[in-house]
Design a binder for this molecule. Structure first.
Ligand code: NAD
Length: 235
């Protein structure tokens, strides 16, 4: 049997980190080598323990904050290991730092690990191409603890639509309420009709499973930045 992929999970005490660790523990393809968080707790390492812990891991999986994720990606680059980064809300400067790290190691960076959201992007592109004169808007709803707005996924959907449309960016409306895991709708409105393409995540496990799938896929790849289209296009 193949050796399990050893994961170092950062942001391990958070909503996403906990699910990634739990699902990895249930799956013989993975071994949890280190759980790192700024919050202390049973089994959790402090961030300054990460460089040493990375020596016993194959892939870093991060769901923390943009500042922490950039720092952790730098540590992974020094160790020459792969990284999966699910954190969102990066500034252009932080993104440039991640791109610099990706010159040394493979980094799978995605604002959304759900296959359904990837399909939503493809459908939105097709609809924006077909319905050339229709106005487009994007709306997203997430739980009230989410830090960034608009969501990384909404920004990604806006970019996809702008690739096939001239003119300004579509309006994005963000709502933060309750415990909504993540809803995104792309609306195209024209004379006497409206097309709404909606994705709703029902559980964080869809993202956690996607991140684990990305970890298996990115380990051993050449340095570079990868995202869901690369993984889903792969045979
Ligand atoms: P969360 O607040 O529940 O968890 C974040 C964790 O990171 C917390 O436990 C926090 O203590 C820890 N943390 C913060 N700073 C740290 C530091 N310096 N060192 C170590 N740990 C630190 O948030 P969440 O809901 O789990 O989301 C985390 C990130 O993932 C957000 O950016 C969110 O938008 C993103 N997200 C991405 C996807 C995806 O599919 N890519 C899905 C859901 C959430």
């Amino acid at each position: 049997m193949k050796k399990p992929l050893r994961l170092a999970v950062t942001g391990a005490a958070g909503r996403m980190g906990r699910r990634v660790a739990a699902l990895a523990r249930e799956d013989p393809r993975f071994a949890v080598a280190a759980l790192v968080d700024r919050i202390s707790g049973p089994g959790l390492l402090a961030p300054d323990g990460l460089p040493q812990a990375l020596g016993a891991a194959d892939v870093l999986v991060d769901f923390s904050t943009p500042e922490a994720a950039v720092r952790f990606a730098g540590m992974a680059a020094q160790t020459r290991m792969a990284a999966v980064i699910g954190t969102t809300g990066f500034t252009p400067v932080a993104l440039a730092q991640l791109k610099a790290a990706a010159r040394r190691i493979p980094i799978f960076l995605s604002p959304n690990f759900s296959p359904g959201v990837h399909a939503l992007g493809i459908l939105a592109r097709a609809a924006a191409t077909l319905l050339k004169d229709y106005e487009i808007a994007i709306s997203e709803t997430h739980h009230s603890h989410k830090q960034d707005a608009p969501s990384g996924t909404a920004l990604r959907l806006a970019r996809i639509v702008m690739e096939v449309r001239r003119g300004g960016a579509p309006a994005i409306v963000s709502q933060r309420l309750g415990d909504v895991v993540g809803d995104h709708t792309v609306t195209l409105a024209g004379p006497c009709e409206r097309l709404e393409l909606t994705h709703r995540a029902q559980s964080r496990d869809v993202f956690a499973r996607g991140a684990l799938r990305a970890a298996l896929w990115v380990a051993g790849k050449k340095p570079g930045l990868y995202d869901m289209p690369d993984l889903l296009a792969a045979k």
